[in-house]
Design a protein. Structure first.
Length: 73
C-alpha cells in the first residue's frame, strides 16, 4: 500500500495544474478527473472559471471541477 501511495503522489506532482501554467492554453486539452462523476472520469477542458474548469466528460455531460482535482493527459 505504501508504494501505491508514493506512486500516486509522484503522479500528482508531475501532471496536475499549477498556478504558473497559462490556463487558457489548456482549453481543449484532454484530462482525467481525480474523482469520477457517475463512473466517468475522462473528458476535455471546455472553459476556465477562475479556480475551476468546465469539463465535458466522454458521456457528453459538462461538470465543473477544481483545478487541483484535474489531471492533464
Amino acid at each position: 500500500m505504501r508504494s501505491l501511495r508514493m506512486a500516486y503522489h509522484r503522479i500528482i506532482r508531475t501532471t496536475m495544474y499549477t498556478d504558473e501554467d497559462n490556463s487558457t492554453d489548456l482549453i481543449g486539452a484532454f484530462c482525467e478527473l481525480l474523482f469520477p462523476r457517475k463512473g466517468y472520469s475522462n473528458g476535455i477542458i471546455v472553459d476556465d472559471y477562475g479556480n475551476e474548469w468546465l469539463v465535458q466528460l466522454t458521456n457528453g455531460r459538462e461538470v465543473t471541477a477544481y483545478k487541483d482535482e484535474v489531471f492533464i493527459i
